[in-house]
Design a protein around this ligand. Structure first.
Ligand code: GDP
Length: 434
């Protein structure tokens, strides 16, 4: 993709942006996993305190009271993706912008749930290692499926008695009809849960036992039974990739050597085209597996450039289709997906930019009301703060302050640009009559 899609002023290129949701049935561990991800990214501000879990817990408590961050509509994190890590190397990797969008785990297909799914490029689907696929997880899964959101499944709670990764993978295949393949297999069980087998790289990732917040881990060669487990999983994954991916299929037919880079590239294509659901296992609570899970998100789930352009229509003629592609230099088009009232800041309108960019002070146009309003402030919710920003670029997510006449599902665009991203007939919440 040519670099000129990126404005020279942006700090995170489009290629390194991910908008993901964490979807789960209640109690599977969505909050715990989100906390752990925020902890990693929050550490940037807290280098002196990382070994003191209490400080971080207090910080999370405060955030809970303020009602932002983990319960917020969208949190922006700067993820450090690492080949291998100890705590100090956390500051060396290239940053990836990972926006985590809250996807309410409602059992109904409400407009609110569907809207939050619409703005995602990919999702982590969290399952409980003991309970496996439950009726509610099925509903949440179908919602993501309906919007064609590529997924990575995380089998959480692998430290609990009775957890069984292979059984949950089987459950996902049979109950959800998903083409699920392990990529990070938990090592050990219960209190002996150590880490994961990284199937693609054929190595073990071992997380430290004595670090409550699990910020340290190392990799080592596979040993004992791990060797056979990893080889079997790798061979099966490659065979399936040859089935679902044309390039891999061709390499197989031509008997070309298949490298792990080929496997990674094919897996990425297969995840993006919804042909494979990679499965990872670990424990969010003990933080065994979280770093590699999010690294896998960055590797295999799509970013704004990898998904089809958003389609809108003219408010006057539904047959006129208008596309909004991620390009900072194009006309500004965004979708307001959540309204949020914050006692410190007031009314926040969370939006995703599909094309162009918007600056603080700009006038934005609402094609539904045919009115314009001025953006008073632009805010991003980062690890532990509301951060004022000057500009929000293509593919990114932020909140506007100062826009009053807006409702979720509205398109906010450049002045006079008539485009409705969401057709007026978008489903409204299902209200069940008792
Ligand atoms: P949510 O409803 O999906 O947001 O789930 P929570 O994150 O609130 O987790 C539900 C319960 O499971 C809490 O008591 C967590 O402490 C616990 N929990 C979450 N993840 C794990 C895990 O990996 N292992 C264990 N043993 N407990 C966990």
């Amino acid at each position: 993709m040519s670099a000129n899609l990126n404005s020279p002023n942006r700090s995170f290129p489009l290629e390194r942006t991910r908008n993901i949701g964490i979807c789960a049935h209640i109690d599977a561990g969505k909050t715990t996993l989100t906390e752990r991800i925020l902890f990693y990214t929050g550490m940037i501000h807290k280098i002196g305190e990382v070994h003191d879990g209490a400080a971080t817990t207090d910080w999370m408590e405060q955030e809970r009271e303020r009602g932002i961050t983990i319960t917020s509509a969208a949190v922006t994190t700067n993820w450090k993706q690492l080949p291998e890590a100890d705590i100090f190397k956390l500051y060396t990797g290239q940053d990836i912008r990972v926006n985590i969008i809250d996807t309410p785990g409602h059992v109904d297909f409400t407009a609110e749930v569907e809207r939050s799914l619409r703005v995602l490029d990919g999702a982590i689907f969290v399952l409980c290692g003991v309970a496996g696929v439950q009726p509610q997880s099925e509903t949440v899964y179908r919602q993501a499926e309906k919007y064609g959101v590529p997924r990575i499944a995380f089998v959480n709670k692998m430290d609990r008695t009775g957890a069984n990764f292979a059984r949950v993978v089987e459950d996902v295949r049979t109950k959800l009809g998903a083409n699920a393949w392990p990529i990070l297999i938990p090592i050990g069980a219960e209190d002996q849960l150590k880490g994961q087998i990284d199937v693609v790289n054929q190595k073990a990732v071992i997380y430290s036992d004595d670090d409550k917040w699990g910020s340290t881990y190392h990799t080592r060669e596979l040993e004992g039974d791990e060797v056979a487990t990893a080889k079997k999983a790798y061979d099966e994954l490659v065979e399936e990739l040859c089935n679902v991916d044309d390039e891999m299929g061709m390499m197989f037919l031509e008997e070309k050597p298949i490298t792990k880079e080929d496997v990674k590239a094919a897996l990425r294509r297969a995840v993006i085209s919804l042909k494979i659901i990679p499965m990872a296992g670990g424990s969010a609570f003990k933080n065994k597996g979280v770093q590699y899970l999010v690294d896998a998100v960055v590797d295999y789930l799509p970013g704004p450039l990898d998904i089809p352009a958003a389609k809108g229509q003219s408010p006057d003629d539904a047959s006129i289709v208008i596309e909004a592609r991620p390009d900072d230099n194009a006309k500004f088009v965004s979708l307001a997906f959540k309204l949020w009232s914050d006692k410190f800041v007031g009314k926040l309108v969370f939006f995703r930019v599909y094309s162009g960019c918007v600056r603080k002070g700009d006038v934005v146009y609402n094609p539904r009301t045919r009115k314009t309003e001025r953006v008073g402030r632009l805010i991003q919710i980062q690890a532990n703060q509301h951060k004022d920003i000057d500009c929000c670029y293509s593919g990114d997510i932020a909140a506007m302050v100062g826009i009053k006449n807006v409702t979720t599902g509205d398109t906010l665009a450049e002045d006079d640009y008539d485009i409705l991203l969401e057709p007026p007939s978008f489903p409204e919440p299902v209200i069940s009559m008792a």
